[in-house]
Design a binder for this molecule. Structure first.
Ligand SMILES: [Zn+2]
Length: 163
């Protein structure tokens, strides 16, 4: 799923206007990364069929975030997947999900923290017909002193790093 295999990409400066923090991650099989339904006992049928040890962690979460961004000429919606979202959040989707369980407003606060930040983003056009949004394949924060949302959140909620 890496970009850079001859797919057309565009790089531009933009400002993050808003983030859809209501569904920032999705559940996948921890082995084959197929998408799983978001209920507590959803398991990958393919992998569990072969796994004798069903106690091993069956699922994990990955980021998938819709964001509204503004370039110098237009406002548009893009989608960020796990690798890019980690740059913005500074942790894995699982870590963030656990953090958000203890701090229910963490996702909303994270989007507030990131709103207004300037980024240099590389976008790729979706090739398949069912993907309706441009996809962010690379993101570089432009502000000196930018810190990922989780760092600001930990300061905000008084959580010490590394504990
Ligand atoms: Zn699987």
């Amino acid at each position: 799923m890496e970009a850079g295999t001859g797919k057309p990409t565009t790089t531009m400066m933009c400002t993050l206007l808003a983030m859809d923090h209501t569904g920032f991650c999705y559940k996948v099989c921890s082995v084959c990364e197929r998408t799983l339904p978001d209920n507590p006992d959803s398991r990958c049928k393919l992998c569990n069929f072969n796994a004798s040890n069903s106690a091993s962690s069956a699922s994990k979460r990955l980021f998938r975030i819709l964001m509204s961004v503004a370039s110098d000429t237009k406002v548009f919606t893009v989608i960020c997947f796990d690798r890019v979202a980690k740059v913005l959040f500074g942790c894995s989707a699982d870590e963030f999900f656990d953090f958000a369980k203890i701090h229910p407003f963490a996702a909303a606060t994270a989007s507030k923290i990131l709103e207004g930040e300037m980024f240099k983003i590389t976008l790729s056009k979706p090739k398949n017909g069912n993907a309706q949004h441009l996809r962010v394949v690379q993101v570089f924060p432009l502000r000196t002193g930018f810190q990922p949302a989780i760092e600001t959140l930990k300061e905000f909620y008084g959580v010490k790093s590394g504990s």
